[in-house]
Design a protein around this ligand. Structure first.
Ligand code: HPA
Length: 278
């Protein structure tokens, strides 16, 4: 269950540190994406452990800082590192970035992750625009007493990933000379990687890529009325497609190799968002 009081405490702390912050956009950086921060003009940062309710991420490749930054004239809150369902510490730290963005008045968020490729063209190094998702976590962050902050009791989810932002991601890829594939992201709880039989099942269900994140933040952000965009870095072929055992090292190495493109495409996206105005 999401602890609203804890979220309010975290928000009060960050507002106290940055009283004049007025971010228009948010960026949640997943596994291996941390360095994308360096592409922005950074104004200030706060370590996660200083923020009540967020705490330190325990995952290698996740930095754990909240960053106030700017690009293309868009003030941005960057969550450098995210919390996961598999950490077993509940939904509050996972919901916190979305709560904070909405409370600060941001209008949109780009959520990034590392994912295993299920569809055959989604090979290591590809960046996939998330067009929709499958929640296979076996849980939903909105279970519990209803809180109006997150919209109606039964939030519509027929277009979680905003169609305009998806188009702008396509343009951001083209600005870099890449035609970015689009696909359906399936989240399972982890922390185990999938078995080959699970991957065959997920493929039959319509999944193009698989990971352990993004879906909770995306569904909360959509429910709260933010415009959502999602981008996966394909870091490996999913289990059974890949001939080798999966490891977190493989994931971080793949994002390292793709980093310069990831940075440029994110910056291009910010420029496209500024041009379009959201
Ligand atoms: N499965 C789940 N999560 C992942 C994977 C994967 O193959 N690759 C990166 N994150």
């Amino acid at each position: 269950m999401i602890d609203r009081k804890q979220l309010e405490k975290a928000l009060a702390y960050v507002r106290g540190q940055w009283p004049s912050a007025q971010p228009e956009m948010g960026l949640i950086l997943g596994s291996g994406w941390s360095e994308v921060v360096d592409a922005f003009n950074v104004a200030a940062s706060i370590p996660y452990e200083d923020i009540p309710g967020l705490g330190k991420t325990g995952v290698v490749g996740h930095a754990g800082r909240l960053v106030l930054a700017e690009s293309s004239g868009i003030e941005t809150l960057i969550f450098q590192g995210r919390r996961h369902f598999y950490e077993g510490v509940g939904w509050t730290p996972i919901a916190l970035p979305v709560f904070m963005l909405k409370s600060f008045g941001a209008r949109g968020v780009l959520i990034t992750n590392a994912a295993g490729g299920v569809r055959s063209d989604l090979v290591t190094g590809k960046l996939m625009i998330i067009e929709d998702h499958i929640n296979f976590l076996g849980a939903n962050p909105l279970v519990g007493p209803h809180d109006d902050f997150w919209g109606p009791r039964f939030p519509d989810q027929s277009e979680v990933y905003d169609v305009t932002l998806r188009r702008l991601l396509t343009l951001a890829g083209r600005d870099e000379g890449e035609e970015l594939p689009t696909g359906v992201y399936l989240a399972d709880s982890g922390p185990t990687y999938e078995s080959p039989a699970e991957i065959r099942a997920f493929k039959a269900l319509g999944a193009d890529a698989v990971g352990m994140s993004t879906v909770p933040e995306a569904l909360l952000a959509k429910a709260a009325g933010l415009r959502v965009a999602g981008l996966s870095c394909i870091t490996n072929s999913a289990a059974g497609i890949s001939a080798t055992p999966l490891s977190h090292e493989e994931v971080t190495e793949a994002t390292r190799n793709a980093m310069s493109r990831m940075k440029r495409i994110v910056l291009n996206f910010w420029r496209e968002v500024a041009r379009e105005g959201i």
